[in-house]
Design a protein around this ligand. Structure first.
Ligand SMILES: [Zn+2]
Length: 964
């Protein structure tokens, strides 16, 4: 089973500690305990586990023991049983008057000597006598074996008189039959039961204890049973890993798509069906064969053999097999888990979702193959092989040239033969290693095939000592190896040379990247999918589509069309998005939500945290004229979803759903509590914050698939995570933190669901207003400030003095504007520059602001670093929003922006590029920035790992391995 699990990629095994490993790999435990060490889709239900246990241990063992016992004739003993029957019939029951006299002569028959004999006189019409008589004929040509040392002394009775000559009698003292003697022709000479029945079936068999135990039989049957067990388990696991109906877990992971994927409208997954069918047939065949073998052999044993021996050996075999597991399993665990370090991990880090999504650590076999490849490509190995091949070529030439002289000296012949054989063995090993490392891609290369053919044929002839006439030709053929190996080396040298010259040349990085990619493309070990991917990447780079936005041909005609369109329906859609507030307000909660009476405000001068909690709770739950207060139970329910907010894997959508229109105020005010902001700013008016955040919430368009309130909650939480969990709060002041969180809340305010580029190209009023410089971001921050001033109710920063207010405003503007992705590379390079400089970050406003800006930027784009279950949703949302813009662009008849053409965009590739070119570097730098050594690598742990896994998943999706 281990071999199976390690050889398939889906078979990641997790072995946290020896105890669990032992429990999980014990046959009996396996039968009753859940197989948590297996990926969920490979786990088998209780019924199957019991079934598997019955097949794999008792039946397999019985099969082994019974077959082996039948094979080497345990049968004779049953014949011997009749000896006691015959004598009891003769002496006690039926023939009281019978003589049953001793027959004091030895009979040597078929290599055996029978000494303890008696007469058994014929009684007419008696069945028992007849039975004994029958055994005379049955045993006369007993066919067990021709080997005298293993002859069975199975005879029950002989005929009393000679009738002609029987060559099987080595010594025959019986009288010759003559009718005139008056003695009945049917009398028998029978053997007493005390006579040894048989010689041991196996040379090591010990019958001293009454039953004959052979440990040879026991070990052989354990081996046989384990072999059968392996095939059975592998087939069963493999079959169970192919599923059609989504499991509960799969449903949970992706409720919608799993159903669609398995609906009947689609073409049935034939490859899956065929594979599953083959697996199931194998299981059935192994099951049937084992059962039939066991049953047939048992019948045989009961008919002719030694049932006691079979049962005894069976029990011993099971005990030994279990003991063997106890000894072998720690070894496996130690070897694989400790020495190779591959099967690590804990149950708590076992993410079912990832396994379902097809993301696994590399299997053991994959790892071994890559290690082999590494060794084979090493310089030492390559030159070693060249040296050997050259030596071999010289050796063959020498051999051929002085062949005649060699033949005359026997010692020389031997020496040359063994040198030849040794070298060939080394070459065979080399080829086998190459095959293991590269699989069929290696063999399918013509030169390699020829090479392998030459070496293997030579080896075969050499081992057989065959003197074929054309052997000299074959030897000459081996010289071709030199050419093949030299060719292989010269190719890799050419590659190196090319890389070196490219290093020195002045060609741009893009050209070098392209050349390197082309070089990789030539690599023979690549799969077709890899090739396609590489070709796609090369195409993208060559066509310079990577970053350039297709801002082509903004000629007059298009522009007039756009102008017309602006005045038409699209204008209505979002031209007035800065003034859309009241409309949205009515749409969602009516004006009730927006206005909150001042009467309910609570004066709070307490600094105790509990009082702060009470204070904000009262803010939420106190009744007012205009607003439905939040019920206490509901508030508690919302707080409950906030409990894990420090975790990177916090469920944004769950909170968003439960908190509903309250999500912004509750999230913000609870976070402030965590950072003790109320202590610092006791004049803070919670009602104003509540009003402001409620209105802010309404400014996020629900129609946006991506840039809606959920994106904000996600960004705020990510910012909070960076501050709290990753420790950035340590060099930020309370005011900084308040600004950082507020910036996250406002950073996409009144986002139209379109890009800045779109606004610029369509000459949107906002683009005109901000002269095409980050029109969206400028608007977000401007509108957010406008909202503060809209009336006295939302003036949330009124507690700050003028100087502080100015600073806060400056910081907010700076941070929000830089969430524009076009600042990304500037931001990145400036931070990198600072990191390589001295003592960054320091406690200066500039450094703090730089860190805060970068943190917000990272929080804004950190969705690919969320765990896959969340990230997949974000991908859908983001691409949906892109598609909407694409459609709009199509309608306006302007060039469709990159990634926004639904038909020609591969969303996974877009995301891969997004991860590789934007997200990864940012996360890496954030990790370096992480201020406190205690927090080191927390970001790498939480985000980096997800990023890698998500990347793998995306790649698998591109390769079509994961379909939902
Ligand atoms: Zn954003």
């Amino acid at each position: 089973m281990w071999i199976h699990l390690f050889s398939v990629n889906t078979g990641t095994v997790r072995v946290p500690n020896l105890k669990n490993h032992m429990i999980q790999n014990n046959d009996i435990a396996k039968c009753v305990l859940t197989e948590i060490y297996l990926p969920p889709h490979q786990r088998i239900n209780l019924f199957f586990r019991i079934f598997r246990f019955i097949i794999s241990v008792p039946v397999m063992m019985m099969m082994g023991v019974a077959v082996l016992n039948n094979m080497y004739g345990s049968t004779p003993s049953t014949y011997c049983l009749y000896r006691s029957e015959c004598i009891s019939d003769c002496e006690e029951v039926h023939f009281l008057d019978s003589s049953c006299e001793d027959y004091n002569k030895e009979i040597k028959y078929n290599g055996n000597t029978y000494k303890d004999l008696y007469y058994f006189d014929y009684k007419e019409g008696n069945d028992d006598f007849q039975t004994c008589l029958d055994y005379v004929d049955l045993n006369s040509d007993f066919p067990w074996t021709s080997d005298n040392s293993r002859q069975w002394r199975v005879h029950t009775c002989f005929k009393r008189f000679k009738n002609g000559t029987d060559s099987n009698f080595d010594y025959d003292p019986r009288e010759t039959f003559t009718n005139e003697t008056g003695t009945n022709v049917n009398d028998l000479i029978c053997i007493r039961p005390s006579e040894t029945c048989e010689k041991p079936a196996w040379s090591d068999e010990d019958c001293s204890s009454g039953v004959c135990i052979s440990f040879g039989v026991i070990f052989a049957s354990i081996f046989l049973a384990n072999l059968g067990q392996l095939i059975f388990e592998a087939a069963l696991l493999y079959t169970s890993s192919i599923t059609f109906k989504p499991t509960d877990l799969e449903r949970k992971v992706n409720p919608v798509k799993t159903e669609i994927n398995f609906s009947m409208e689609e073409e049935p997954p034939w490859d899956k069906i065929i594979k599953k069918c083959i697996g199931e047939i194998t299981v059935a065949i192994v099951f049937l064969v084992s059962c039939l073998c066991a049953i047939a052999s048992l019948i045989g044993v009961y008919d002719y053999g030694r049932p006691d021996t079979v049962w005894a050996e069976w029990i011993i075999a099971i005990v030994i097999d279990q003991a063997k597991s106890l000894l072998v399993q720690p070894l496996i665990w130690w070897l694989i888990s400790r020495r190779c370090g591959l099967v690590t991990g804990t149950f708590s880090s076992w993410k079912d979702e990832q396994v379902i999504a097809g993301i696994n650590d590399d299997s053991f076999m994959t790892e071994i193959r890559s290690q082999f490849a590494h060794v084979l490509e090493s310089r030492i190995f390559t030159y070693g092989v060249i040296g050997l091949v050259v030596f071999y070529a010289c050796f063959i030439l020498l051999n051929l040239s002085i062949d005649i002289y060699i033949q005359s000296i026997p010692v020389a012949v031997d020496i040359f033969y063994y040198i030849d054989l040794c070298l060939l063995i080394i070459f065979v090993i080399e080829i086998v290693l190459r095959f293991i490392a590269w699989g069929f891609t290696y063999i399918f290369e013509l030169w390699n095939l020829l090479d392998a053919a030459i070496v293997l044929t030579s080896f075969a002839f050499s081992v057989n000592h065959t003197q074929v006439k054309g052997i000299a030709v074959l030897r000459l053929l081996r010289l071709i190896r030199v050419i093949i190996v030299m060719r292989r080396v010269s190719e890799s040298k050419k590659k190196l040379l090319m890389l070196k010259t490219q290093n020195q040349s002045v060609s741009s990085n893009v050209t070098r990247v392209l050349d390197l990619l082309e070089e990789i493309l030539k690599e023979k070990t690549l799969t077709r999918e890899n090739r396609n991917d590489l070709s796609w990447i090369i195409g993208q780079i060559q066509s310079r589509k990577l970053y350039t936005k297709s801002t082509t041909d903004e000629d007059e005609t298009i522009l007039t069309e756009i102008d017309k369109a602006w005045k038409g329906k699209i204008k209505l859609d979002y031209e007035d998005f800065s003034e859309s507030m009241p409309i949205l307000g009515q749409k969602i909660g009516g004006d009730k939500v927006l206005k909150r009476s001042r009467q309910s405000s609570i004066e709070m001068k307490m600094f105790n945290t509990d009082h702060h909690v009470e204070r904000i709770n009262t803010t939420f739950t106190s009744p007012s004229m205009d607003r439905e207060p939040l019920e206490k139970e509901k508030l508690e329910q919302i707080y409950e979803t906030l409990e894990k907010i420090d975790d990177w894997n916090w469920d944004v959508l769950k909170f968003s759903q439960i908190a509903d229109t309250w999500c912004f105020p509750i999230l913000c005010l609870r976070l402030f509590l965590k950072y003790d902001i109320y202590r610092k700013f006791e004049e803070m008016n919670l009602d104003k914050w509540l009003n402001y955040l409620s209105s802010l919430y309404l400014g996020y368009q629900f129609n946006n698939m991506y840039h809606n309130h959920n994106h904000i909650i996600d960004t705020v939480q990510a910012t909070h995570y960076f501050y709290k969990t990753a420790g950035f709060e340590n060099f930020l002041s309370e005011q900084d933190i308040m600004v950082g969180i507020l910036a996250a809340f406002i950073h996409d305010y009144e986002h139209p669901g379109l890009t800045s580029q779109f606004l610029i190209r369509t000459k949107h009023p906002k683009a005109i207003r901000y002269s095409d410089i980050s029109p969206l971001e400028n608007h977000h921050v401007a509108a957010a400030f406008k909202l503060m001033d809209s009336d006295g109710e939302r003036d949330l920063l009124d507690f700050l003095d003028q100087k502080s207010y100015k600073l806060v405003r400056k910081m907010l503007i700076y941070m929000v504007i830089r969430t524009d992705l076009s600042y990304h590379f500037d931001l990145l390079s400036s931070i990198q520059g600072k990191i390589y400089g001295e003592n960054f970050p320091q406690d200066t406003l500039e450094d703090r602001l730089t860190v805060m800006t970068f943190t917000l930027h990272c929080a804004d784009l950190s969705k690919p670093a969320r765990s896959w279950i969340f990230y997949r949703g974000w991908i859908d949302a983001m691409m949906e929003e892109f598609n909407m813009q694409g459609k709009m662009e199509k309608e306006l008849n302007i060039p469709i922006s990159p990634f926004m053409d639904e038909e020609n965009t591969n969303r996974e590739r877009v995301q891969l590029a997004y991860i590789d070119f934007i997200v990864r570097d940012s996360i890496d730098i954030l990790n370096i920035l992480s201020p406190n050594p205690d927090y080191n690598n927390i970001i790498q742990r939480d985000l980096g790992e997800n990023l890698n896994l998500n990347r793998k998943t995306l790649q698998k999706k591109i390769e079509g391995e994961v379909k939902f």
